[in-house]
Design a protein around this ligand. Structure first.
Ligand code: LLP
Length: 384
């Protein structure tokens, strides 16, 4: 019995078979990104007319061609380090600086200063910088990152709210900033909040926008509310996709109530995840009692998400798409760690050395989180 996603994969594979085989003739594994899909995903987000600006979260995928595609689509870039900022500036030297947004956490004074000197807007995610180095923010346009207090997302480790999370300023602390802001002529032009990653409930963005709009009354010069990222994607057949129309409708209601604010978002996963796959070849197969292990040329050194969050990525044997899925396979890599599993209990056909294996939804937080652990090079990136 096929899942929806395996039907999609079949179409995709039949269409791109030659290209993929060529990519893998020179290497054992590769991240393959489909740039037109990046454009499609951006267009979906652009259909939310209540949203005034979109920034692509560079941390999800910093491949040059992927970034170029986002740049050509007219959106901006959310960055979290001077490394990411410099990467964008090198790629697009004449970029309008308002298309870059800097959202670091626990960065040092020098890094904030360096970014401000470049004329890039940033968000402060703690009161510490304003209390200890207010002088570097004098006369600058600054956002405050608010802790929305309720974290959301696909795993505990990606929920970014509440006292146990290191991110954001608790709402009750905001009031005490007023005298510092006034004394140092700091222009608080926006509020920012990110609740987590992989959110699949349409209502989230309106609730989040309302929270920020209500909090913004503390700061008379606020014009922008940045709702963060977190737009989830469908990873399992039984999940329901986000509906851009519904998100738009509910945001329009908030906008009608608070017409003075522009709404911004900064998604990563929604733009890049389903545009990338990781492909690799089978090295060996092992049967151990009831466990059927399929070994690949690459593992958690290329794709860390399953080991780190138990994330689910559907996995397909491209060489045997039509064979009966008679096993529940554990798909593993060559790394010396027990958690080096890309998939557990995946319905899989009888598999052989050299078969081509595809791992879905690997375009976000895949290659960017890869390591050279065990001195094994992670999969290289190819764009089609
Ligand atoms: N804005 C801020 C302030 C963020 O911290 C993040 C993600 C985003 C935007 C983009 O979130 P997205 O739209 O991609 O969900 N490595 C994890 C995800 C960590 C997300 C970190 N922050 C994963 O593989 O699921």
């Amino acid at each position: 019995k096929q899942t929806d996603s395996s039907v999609e994969t079949r179409k995709w594979w039949l269409d791109k078979r030659d290209t993929i085989e060529m990519c893998l003739s020179e290497r054992d594994s590769a991240y393959i990104y489909h740039l037109d899909s990046i454009k499609d995903n951006i267009q979906n987000l652009q259909s939310i007319s209540a949203i005034d600006r979109i920034f692509f979260a560079v941390k999800s995928n910093n491949n040059r061609d992927v970034l170029q595609t986002a740049y050509n689509a007219g959106i901006g870039f959310e960055t979290v380090s001077s490394g990411e900022v410099n990467h964008i500036l090198e790629l697009f030297p004449s970029i309008d600086k308002s298309r870059i947004f800097f959202t670091p956490n626990f960065a040092d004074k020098r890094e904030y200063d360096e970014i401000l000197q470049k004329g890039i807007r940033l968000t402060l995610d703690s009161t510490y910088p304003l209390k200890h180095w207010p002088e570097i923010f004098e006369g600058k346009e600054i956002f405050l990152r608010v802790d929305p207090n309720i974290g959301k997302g696909h795993h505990e480790n990606v929920r970014t709210a509440g006292a146990t999370s290191k991110f954001g300023i608790p709402i009750y602390e905001l009031e005490e900033l007023a005298p510092i802001i006034e004394h140092h002529n700091i222009d608080i032009v926006g509020l920012h909040a990110h609740a987590g990653s992989g959110i699949l409930t349409n209502e989230h963005w309106a609730e989040h926008a309302r929270l920020l709009a209500e909090t913004a009354s503390l700061f008379p010069r606020v014009k922008y509310l940045n709702l963060g990222g977190g737009f989830g994607i469908k990873e399992r057949a039984q999940q329901t996709e986000l509906t851009m129309g519904q998100i738009d409708q509910s945001l329009q209601v908030v906008k009608a109530e608070f017409p003075q604010y522009q709404l911004w978002i900064e998604p990563g996963r929604y733009i890049s995840a389903n545009t990338g796959v990781l492909v690799s070849k089978v090295t060996q197969v092992k049967q151990k009692q009831n466990y059927y292990y399929v070994g690949l040329n690459t593992g958690m050194n290329s794709l860390m998400r399953p080991a780190l969050y138990g994330s689910f990525h559907n996995i397909v044997n491209l060489t045997r798409l039509d064979a009966e899925k008679e096993h529940l396979a554990t798909i593993v890599g060559p790394i010396c760690e027990s958690t080096d599993k890309l998939g557990v209990e995946i319905p899989f056909p009888e598999t052989f050395e050299g078969d081509l294996i595809l791992i879905e939804n690997a375009g976000a937080y895949g290659r960017v989180m890869a390591t050279q652990y065990n001195m094994r090079q992670p999969a290289e990136e190819v764009c089609i």
